[in-house]
Design a protein around this ligand. Sequence first.
Ligand code: NI
Length: 178
Amino acid sequence: MAIRPVLKMGDPRLWQRAEAVRSFGTPELHALIADMEETMHALDGAGLAAPQIGVGLRVVIFGFEDNARYPDVGSVPYTVLINPVLEPLSDEIEEGWEGCLSVPGLSGWVPRWRYLRYTGFDPLGRAIDRSVDGFHARVVQHENDHLDGILYPMRIRDLTRFGFSEALFPDDADRPKD
Ligand code: NI
């Protein structure tokens, strides 16, 4: 296991579409996921997609415990999600603050589907099928975007609501998680 460098916005690898995983349960896949976990935890992130460490595969991880610093977002179960497919469950859009380990120090106000079904596979190829809402739905949409070469600033509608976290949120407790 190793903490891997996270690519930052501007690196062309972040704009590429990632490839589907074809073999599950392999040592290579487990090693990739172990590196992603270690990297995400070292940087105190809420999620990480394989392209962020320069691996062009459709693998994301996300999740965090209820955190006193972020009382509004609750907890999201730790999940490894491979080859995700997303389906909005209503037309309702919800805007909320996001950060990203590839866009360090900044936050933006991003529209996402409020109600979401997502399917995909775990590292052993077992099916995942969940219907979620709110921040859980937001995190999955954010991570899935990385697999399609999209970073959250590309979705911001009002660029006055994009900036340095320390300027947007002088009170640290209000800052969104990366
Ligand atoms: Ni991100």
